[in-house]
Design a protein around this ligand. Structure first.
Ligand code: GDP
Ligand code: IMO
Ligand code: MG
Length: 424
């Protein structure tokens, strides 16, 4: 399961719904930049790092592709446990080879964004980018290292030398190495009981024929390679990342479910061809309650962009989509779908790669009638008004991918199943 737009498509709700029939739910990329909201019998759960299966008590696994902030994990576990969800090493496992997000990563994220001016990415400020840089730069401290803090000197030398030079450039003081070591020593006893060779656990589950649900964070348009670079996150969000981010090999995934909102939103900077800055955009934001789960930021809103979703489904190998938040479009007299772009004198059927072109394209729209009445809370196809069914059919055609699920409210059970992603 992956997001097929710019994140916040409603992945948390769908994973929670699907996890009833899964034996394990696995995060394989990203970190606590994610914000997944689940509503179960009127109770709201907000998850950032914990796999969304945890609310049902499904075995939850954080794979090596995730960057792990152990302090954020402790806070989140305390918060969610306070809502009555049992979390222990019995139902949560974390890959020993997860790179850690340290306080210095969060600081660097903040320093960079503050200095970037108009080039600001609008990150979540969680230190995600700097932590992935240190992973690739072979400077990261990993979860397994917490069991061997007395042997960390050489690693800390490399890490501090790198960060002190960068920090000096921003006029910030050097890393307080002793304080960092003390903080790591203090958090180690909390997080180490969850640490495991996750690749082994997952291979065992697979061998035993168990159902494994991989939960993507962010969305394809935020993918470091395929997204709207440089306004992207620092991980690969496409489905192929399941293999490298969990240790299960390229045969790991079967059905790839792409989560797609019935319109478009984006939080942070970057191109957004169908963005509506008028009253209609405002209405979408209000009806859809488009405020970030993590940062509380207002999300930018616009019409459904079939070009972007078709491309996202292609690069991520999406088998079927879950169309969410259809109810938000209730009450609009007409709805629009972007079917192509104009760039200079040309017509494009795909999103161009050059950032300047991405910012310059203008959408070509197809207009359709809205629907009377409501789709909110519908649990069967038969309950949907005819124009809503037409809207879904047109989207299916344009994105060249079938619709497997439709979601009609934040509540777990307000979901219409058309094609079972778990069917063999
Ligand atoms: P995620 O990051 O993809 O998990 O999505 P978020 O949780 O950040 O944002 C999606 C928001 O929409 C959450 O507040 C959900 O409760 C809500 N939501 C999910 N599905 C639906 C739906 O079908 N209709 C409505 N109205 N809200 C939904
Ligand atoms: P979920 O899983 C929406 C965006 C940020 C910013 C860019 C880079 O809830 O869909 P980062 O902190 O990752 O370096 O920020 O990516 N972003 C998200 N937008 N949903 C998310 O996660 C996001 N995670 C990161 O707003 O534009
Ligand atoms: Mg979110």
């Amino acid at each position: 399961m992956i997001g097929a737009q710019w994140g916040d498509e409603g992945k948390g709700k769908i994973v929670d719904w699907l996890s009833r029939r899964a034996d394990a739910v696995v995060r394989f990329q990203g970190g606590h930049n994610a914000g997944h909201t689940l509503v179960v019998d009127g109770e709201t759960y907000k998850l950032s790092l914990l796999p969304s299966g945890i609310v049902r008590g499904t075995l939850s696994i954080i794979g090596n592709g995730v960057v792990l902030d152990p302090w954020a994990l402790r806070g989140e576990i305390a918060r969610v446990a306070g809502q009555g969800v049992a979390i222990s090493p019995d139902n949560l496992a974390i890959a020993e080879n997860c790179p850690l997000i340290l306080p210095l990563h969060r600081e660097l994220d903040g320093l960079r964004e503050a200095a970037a001016g108009a080039g600001k990415i609008g990150t979540t400020g969680r230190g995600i980018g700097p932590a992935y840089e240190d992973k690739v730069g072979r400077r990261a401290i990993r979860l397994a290292d917490l069991a061997h803090l007395d042997a960390l000197e050489a690693q800390l030398d490399r890490l501090c030398a790198h960060h002190n030079a960068l920090r000096a450039g921003f006029g910030a003081g050097p890393v307080d190495r002793a304080a960092l070591l003390a903080e790591l020593a203090a958090i180690a006893p909390f997080v180490l009981p969850y640490a495991q060779p996750v690749w082994r656990r997952l291979n065992g589950l697979k061998r035993d024929g168990r159902r494994i649900l991989f939960e993507g964070a962010q969305g394809v348009l935020l993918d470091i390679d395929h997204g709207t670079y440089p306004f992207v996150t620092s991980s690969n969000t496409v489905s192929g990342t399941v293999a490298s981010g969990s240790g299960l090999g390229p045969g790991a995934s079967g059905f790839v479910l792409g989560i797609v909102k019935a319109y478009t939103t984006r939080v942070g900077s970057g191109p957004f061809p169908t963005e509506l800055t008028c009253a209609t955009g405002q209405k979408l934001g209000e009806r859809g309650r488009e405020f970030g789960t993590v940062t509380g930021r207002k999300r930018r809103c616009g019409w459904f962009d079939a070009v972007l979703v078709r491309q996202a489904c292609a690069v991520a190998g999406v088998t079927g989509v879950a169309l969410t938040k259809l109810d938000v479009l209730d009450g609009f007299a007409t709805v629009k779908i972007c079917t192509g772009y104009r760039l200079g004198g040309q017509t494009l059927d795909h999103f161009p790669t050059y950032a300047g072109d991405q910012a310059a394209v203008t959408p070509i729209y197809e207009e359709m009638p809205g629907w009377p009445g409501t789709t909110a809370g519908a649990r069967s196809w038969a309950e949907l008004p005819a124009p809503a069914v037409k809207y879904i059919s047109r989207i299916t055609e344009l994105i060249e991918t079938p619709v497997a699920l439709v979601s009609t409210s934040p509540e777990r059970e307000d979901t219409i199943l058309l094609r079972d992603p778990f069917a063999d």
